[in-house]
Design a protein around this ligand. Structure first.
Ligand code: HEC
Ligand code: HEC
Length: 394
């Protein structure tokens, strides 16, 4: 699944659903409701390369199988505990599901009737999209381009790009990269304009799609999209995206899992032909690491030591400060208690004439009005010395 980008939500959902529904048909888990006692039995997990599913197929590399019941297995750990009596929530109403289920699938599910011309799309685009996506979908300033990068027939595909990263892959924008046009309709309808999603009518979205296809110089059924071209549902279903085969393995459809197996079985797809799941950087020519990373701006630092602390600098850590404030400041912040106030140079010079060891001794053991350790017996001698150092330094 590493090849999937977030732009392909439609097909990801489609395939994930497919994979999981296959897994569930294979293991029959949906019919399984067992007593708790059965469910708590230790679950043995198989992750070896030779593991097979109940239907005899080999487990996809790195995958796991979990026993469910009666020799059946599943890709996931299936909780066979009887699910009864949870009184949370309620069944959503048909309308609630309808409001939530708004994506458009490659097979046309969710794509409503409607129509719009390239010309209308141009107008709406200028009013609602140019501000971010630029004239004619030029993009820039962090906003994705909606036009450049058309992947022609024979053009390098994503496959070339992954296994030989130096080759020119398609620029990852709509025209060159997206494998399904349904994503465009759905993306615009639900997400654009960015500042007012869901504000466009279905006809507006058809018009915008027509316009975007035209600036990408794409054809539908061999027909160019001139200004008068009117796109509707029927024509939309005929759009063939240039990069439709650029994704390997093709995980869509019932053959998806087999395609994945085949792809992963071909060692060429691992860089230099060595399969590896552990300590791989030594053994395998890891493609992304091989691409030399340089020209970082600003240059990346490889130093690992922390910057040295200048003790004399303002902001340098002051051990003792905190304890001084919590234990000693009550008496030492002013001279009200007869204690030499911190910051009064003359008084502390006089104190220090006795020598630091005597001063430490007074602070630790008490001295006239000065209680031993400031009255906080839990302080160690060293901690008190540290506080004294702090007080003296002030
Ligand atoms: C306020 C700025 C803004 C406006 C206005 C706007 N967009 Fe976008 N559009 C974005 C941003 C930002 C992204 C990228 C979103 C992301 O990657 O999550 C985006 C992404 C897209 C994409 C996906 C492109 C890609 O390659 O990922 C399409 C298609 C799109 N916009 C179409 C439109 C259309 C059509 C309109 C006018 C109805 C429009 N946008 C108006 C900001 C805007
Ligand atoms: C209850 C009030 C009080 C608290 C709390 C207190 N002190 Fe004192 N401290 C005094 C008084 C009063 C003196 C002056 C004693 C004298 O010179 O007769 C003094 C004097 C000192 C001196 C100077 C001793 C000398 O030799 O002249 C030091 C050093 C000192 N305190 C450290 C501390 C430290 C460290 C703390 C906190 C852990 C602390 N004090 C908490 C009241 C306090």
């Amino acid at each position: 699944m590493f090849i999937l980008g977030r732009k392909f939500k439609t097909s990801i959902i489609g395939s994930a659903f497919l994979l999981s529904s296959l897994a569930f048909t294979a293991c029959g888990a949906s019919e399984t409701t067992t007593k708790v006692a059965d469910a708590v039995k230790t679950v043995a997990v198989s992750t070896t390369a030779s593991a097979t599913y109940a239907n005899g197929k080999k487990v996809i590399d790195g995958g796991s199988t979990y026993p469910v019941k009666d020799g059946k297995t599943s890709l996931y750990h299936v909780n066979t505990q009887e699910q009864k009596g949870f009184k949370y929530g309620r069944t959503p109403t048909a309308n609630e599901i309808k409001a939530w289920d708004i994506d458009v699938m490659p097979d046309g599910t969710g794509l409503p009737e409607g129509e719009g011309s390239v010309e209308d799309g141009d107008e709406i685009y200028e009013a609602k999209c140019t501000s971010c996506h630029g004239d004619f979908g030029s993009g820039g300033g962090g906003y994705p381009s909606l036009s450049k990068g058309n992947a022609e027939e024979g053009f390098a595909t994503l496959k070339n790009q992954r296994t030989t990263p130096d080759s020119d892959g398609p620029v990852r924008v709509f025209g060159s990269y997206w494998p399904k046009a349904s994503t465009l309709w759905w993306y615009i309808k639900t997400g654009m304009p960015h500042n007012a999603p869901l504000s466009l009518s279905n006809d507006d979205v058809y018009a915008l799609c027509a316009y975007i296809l035209s600036i990408n110089e794409m054809e539908i059924d061999g027909q160019e999209l001139d200004d008068e071209y009117v796109l509707n549902r029927e024509k939309f279903m005929k759009i063939v995206m240039p990069n439709k085969d650029g994704f390997v393995p093709n995980i869509d459809g019932p053959k998806g899992p087999d395609n994945v197996r085949e792809f992963l079985a071909d060692t060429k797809n691992y860089g230099n032909g060595t399969r590896c799941m552990k300590d791989c950087t030594d053994k395998v020519n890891v493609v992304r690491i091989k691409v030399e990373m340089k020209d970082f701006l600003p240059p990346m630092s490889v130093k690992r030591d922390l910057p040295k602390v200048d003790a004399s600098a303002a902001g340098a850590p002051q051990p003792g400060k905190k304890a001084y404030e919590s234990t000693c400041a009550v008496c030492h912040a002013t001279d009200a208690m007869g204690a030499p106030e911190v910051g009064n140079k003359a008084k502390w010079e006089k104190v220090m004439k006795q020598g630091i060891d005597v001063v430490y001794g007074h602070a630790i053991n008490g001295f006239n009005g000065m209680p031993a350790k400031g009255g906080k017996a839990s302080l160690s001698d060293d901690e008190v010395k540290q506080i004294v150092d702090y007080m003296v330094a002030q």
